[in-house]
Design a protein around this ligand. Structure first.
Ligand SMILES: Nc1ncnc2c1ncn2[C@@H]1O[C@H](COP(=O)(O)OP(=O)(O)OP(=O)(O)O)[C@@H](O)[C@H]1O
Ligand SMILES: [Mg+2]
Length: 530
């Protein structure tokens, strides 16, 4: 009997299991887990089984001989073809080791302290590390995000993640970094299908690239001069993954933002070097403006078709003439093509401007400044399609200094002085996505951030360093042809004729709809429709 106020303790009935059943359950559970692990790691299991079998058959030599043989094969492979050795042998093995011994061990702590865990149903949920792939310089971690997370949350803590795993640099990509390989030959179709599956869009994954060995710490030697430059892929810099960063110059304008002494000169000279083959063959004309009185470019004068470095009038004239060339091409090419293809008769004109702010902001002559601004505006808004391109470098990317910032489709940010300037150069949100151009260490001359084709995330690159000797060599070996400055002679060329137009078929009846005719009639008759 209970009465009001009595304390009632309700205990659920406990199911008492016999001990042997509990032990059996635990054993079965561990067996199942072990079996599942074996299914998921066939290579490790196969190697372990082979090692045991060999040891039982041949004793210790059964282990030593295969190991020595494998080492020899690996050494020869690396010697003969290092790229495939990294891709198929060293990369996967190193990745697996680093996954187990580096990343897994610190995973929970790193995720928690970087604020990437969530609590759900009183449980802490962690992003899952699925795979680690290594190459010579990078570890690429494939991570499954917690439900409800976005890649931006990882991008915001990119630096924290790098330091959490004992490195200085990392990058977070929302899509698998790298492009699918180009397949040719017998198996191309089948491998193409495999690639399509491997590179399919997987929105629940995020890729963390940890820079294991910083390939950009050493100065990058100048690249070989291509005899026929590919304007869609000019090698200018080294990427963190040791590959070349190639600039797509065709039909774009390039803006280089960098504080003083950050290495803007090496970007411009790397570009000149990459184009040098085309300069001698007549495919490219460089029109160079160097407002520093020739300090940067005078040494390479023979390479340039036009050069202005002392008088600002001459610079304004040069820009006006570039507009004239652009106008002539527009008239001639209208209706024929939409993007100009450089030829010897119709070369690519690249207007290179160092210290652009000297022309757009610091020039005291207001009339001249306005003239320059209007030519630059025209070139930047209409020149790309007809092969009159602008490549400009400047220190201060603010709107007051460079009003045309948004007209440059391709941007490069070298070391900058303020965090806000990074977004001004590379576009909104670039710093949050990992372009820490304002935190460039002192040694990082010529290191910058660029946006790669097809990925929104910026990549870190180091431009090749072109010394004075290299410039002299270039000037001696790749001088512009004698008639290079003469491109304006083309401007007087006949423009295309008016096309023959077919007469439009005229409709027979009235040209206006009935309702409108009735309305007009009513208006004419002073009210009543007829
Ligand atoms: N890619 C590079 N690798 C190594 N060192 C470099 C690189 N580029 C430039 N440097 C060094 O950095 C210094 C500054 O370079 P540079 O004159 O090109 O900078 P800048 O940005 O053009 O400076 P300014 O604004 O004064 O013109 C130079 O002494 C040069 O030796
Ligand atoms: Mg400079």
């Amino acid at each position: 009997m209970t009465t009001a106020g009595d304390l009632m303790v309700i205990r659920p009935r406990r199911l008492e299991l016999p001990v042997w059943l509990i032990v059996l359950g635990l054993v079965l559970r561990w067996l199942w887990r072990g079996l599942w692990w074996c299914v998921r790691h066939p290579v490790s299991v196969g190697l372990a089984v082979a090692a045991v079998v060999l040891y039982r058959e041949f004793g210790r030599s059964g282990l030593i001989v295969p190991l020595v043989l494998a080492g020899l094969v690996s050494a020869v492979w690396r010697w003969k073809h290092e790229a495939s050795w990294w891709a198929w042998c060293a990369g996967p093995v190193l990745g697996r080791c680093r996954q187990v011994f580096v990343y897994r061990r610190a995973w929970r702590e790193a995720m928690t302290l970087c604020g990437l865990t969530r609590t759900y149903d009183h449980r802490v949920v962690l992003p899952r590390l699925l795979r680690v792939r290594s190459d010579q310089a990078l570890d690429v971690l494939t991570i499954r995000m917690v439900r409800g997370q976005t890649p931006e949350e990882f991008q915001r803590v990119t630096a924290n993640l790098a330091y959490a795993f004992g490195r200085r640099h990392a990058r977070v990509y929302s899509e698998r970094p790298g492009e699918p390989p180009v397949r040719t030959g017998y198996w191309a179709m089948v491998l193409g299908w495999v690639d399509r599956l491997r590179y399919r869009d997987r929105p629940s994954l995020v890729y963390l690239v940890v820079v294991r060995t910083d390939a950009l710490r050493t100065v990058v030697k100048p690249f070989d001069v291509p005899s026929v430059p590919d304007f869609t892929a000019l090698p200018l810099a080294r990427r963190e993954d040791l590959r070349h960063w190639r600039l797509h110059l065709l039909a774009t304008h390039v803006l280089i933002g960098g504080a003083t002494r950050s290495g803007k000169g090496s970007v411009l000279w790397s570009l000149v070097r990459a184009l040098a083959g085309g300069i001698t063959s007549g495919l490219v004309r460089l029109w160079v403006i160097d407002p520093k009185g020739g300090m940067e470019f005078a040494m390479g004068r023979p390479l340039f078709a036009r050069f202005a470095c002392k008088s600002f009038e001459a610079m304004a004239d040069l820009l006006d003439e570039a507009v004239a060339v652009m106008r002539e091409r527009q008239t001639r090419l209208a209706g024929a093509v939409r993007v100009h293809t450089p030829t010897e008769a119709d070369p690519l004109v690249v207007v290179v401007i160092d210290e652009m702010a000297a022309l757009t902001a610091y020039l005291q002559d207001v009339d001249l400044r306005k003239r320059i601004a209007s030519s630059l505006g025209l070139l930047l808004s209409q020149g790309a399609g007809v092969g009159v391109l602008v490549v400009a470098a400047l220190q201060d990317p603010r709107k007051e200094v460079l009003p045309f910032r948004d007209l440059f489709p391709t941007r490069i940010a070298l070391g900058l002085t303020e965090a806000a300037q990074v977004d001004l150069v590379l576009g909104d949100g670039a710093r949050n996505r990992g372009a820490l151009a304002d935190q460039m260490p002192r040694w990082a001359k010529g290191v910058g951030y660029v946006i790669l084709d097809g990925t929104p995330e910026p990549a870190r690159v180091r431009f090749s360093y072109i010394s004075d000797d290299h410039i002299r060599e270039l000037a001696a070996g790749y001088a512009a042809p004698a008639d290079a400055a003469d491109i304006l002679a083309q401007v007087g060329r006949e423009t295309a004729d008016e096309p023959n137009r077919k007469p439009l078929p005229r409709p027979r009846g009235p040209l206006l709809p009935d309702s409108l005719l009735t309305f007009l009639d009513r208006d004419a008759d002073g009210g009543e429709p007829r």
